[in-house]
Design a protein around this ligand. Structure first.
Ligand code: FE2
Length: 387
């Protein structure tokens, strides 16, 4: 079977990425999607100043301050149409970028966002989409996916189709320098888990492997640096590249068990996505290690955790230890430390396991995962709290 591989059309990075990016924008009025917090930080102004200088017209929709919902998307569609906009620019983290894709889908094809779950193609082209990520994590700038919460049933809908990959990406390191420690960790861990899951997925292919390995190497080296020194521009740029690489990898391969189990936690307990991924990381990796020891061993080699004569299993174990150490270095909290009630969490374990399996992600592992396995893993998250 042939491997298919999609990525953004144009990727600009480095000091003049924003200036250069203007040359690729279409004519007409832009719809700039962002979060109010990015307006307050002056991040949007950094870009609109350049737009103003070139006398380009735009309107700003700055309502994406939380994880995106169908209601925010509907409001975005209304504002886009009322403003007579012709293309979109997203300046923000994964939520902002995801809203841009969903708005683009609806302004082109109509209907509700929930109509598109399970669809892989559409008959109309989306408006031109430019992405300026302000965090290094979700990789949404490079992926065909958007995740929008359905407010009627509290389920995070995963919608994916190549038409939603942004046309233009601008990686501007200055945009990420003000990201606080907790978001640096949650987004950085998200990128790491994208890369690891893309690499061990049964849908991986040679091209996704290259991007995944490169992302894992960059993150092992640079996440501890940006955690301690947020203003380190070089390390921030490396993390931006890593998030993009990881996004390209999982967009063409897939995520697996961790993301499948993490989305229901986010929908019900509102823990930031990357953080709930990181909370699940160690137990899920232990569960899947026997089915991916060759891949995990190669990742251990790539980040320099192995010695020549080690067995494949030993190398895989070294990688799992490396992941655990990275979580410790970055102070990833437990569920209890984050303020989640154990009884309430476990009461929802059955529903969360069903939602995780329904997402299809756990089935991308190279081993069979049953609902009971997932429930057990949700329980294991509390083991350290009991000891
Ligand atoms: Fe993710």
């Amino acid at each position: 079977m042939a491997h298919t591989f999609f990525m953004p059309g144009i990727i600009l990075s480095g000091e003049d990425a924003a200036v250069e990016g203007l040359k690729y924008l279409p004519e007409g009025k832009a719809f700039i999607i962002t979060a109010h917090s990015n307006m307050q930080l002056g991040l949007v102004e950094q870009f609109t100043k350049l737009m103003d200088h070139e006398k380009r017209s735009y309107s700003i929709f700055d309502s994406v301050d939380y994880e995106p919902t169908d209601k925010i998307v509907e409001e975005g569609v209304k504002q886009y149409q009322m403003g007579g906009c012709e293309y979109m620019i997203a300046i923000g983290g994964g939520s902002v970028l995801d809203v841009m894709k969903a708005v683009g889908l609806l302004v082109s094809c109509g209907g509700c966002i929930s109509d598109y779950t399970g669809k892989r193609s559409i008959s109309k082209a989306l408006p031109f989409m430019a992405a300026i990520p302000t965090t290094a994590g979700t990789g949404s700038e490079a992926t065909q996916f958007t995740i929008i919460t359905n407010t009627r049933n509290d389920v995070k809908m995963l919608i994916g189709m190549p038409a939603m990959i942004p046309d233009l990406v601008m990686l501007i390191p200055e945009m990420t320098l003000t990201v606080p420690k907790n978001i640096t960790v949650s987004t950085g861990m998200d990128a790491l888990i994208h890369a690891v899951e893309a690499y061990i997925s049964k849908k991986s292919q040679p091209l996704t492997d290259s991007f995944a390995i490169s992302a894992v190497k960059r993150i092992f080296k640079n996440l501890p640096i940006v955690y301690e020194q947020g203003e380190n521009k070089e390390a921030r740029q490396e993390m931006a590249y890593a998030a993009l690489e990881a996004g390209i990898a999982f967009s063409n391969s897939s995520v697996t068990l961790i993301h499948g189990m993490s989305r229901p936690i986010g929908a019900l307990f509102h823990i930031p996505h990357g953080l709930s991924n990181a909370m699940l990381l160690n137990h899920c990796m232990e569960f899947m290690a026997d089915s991916a020891s060759k891949e995990l061993g190669r990742l251990a080699e790539a980040v320099g955790l192995t010695e020549d004569k080690m067995s494949e299993t030993k190398k895989a174990k070294c990688f799992l230890e490396g992941l655990a150490q990275l979580c410790t270095k970055c102070h990833v909290p437990t569920l209890a430390e984050y303020g989640i009630e154990k009884e309430e969490f476990l009461r929802m374990a059955d529903k969360m396991a069903e939602d995780a399996l329904a997402s299809g992600s756990p089935q991308n592992l190279r081993k069979c995962v049953e609902k009971e396995d997932i429930i057990l893993l949700y329980h294991k998250l509390w083991e350290s709290e009991q000891s």
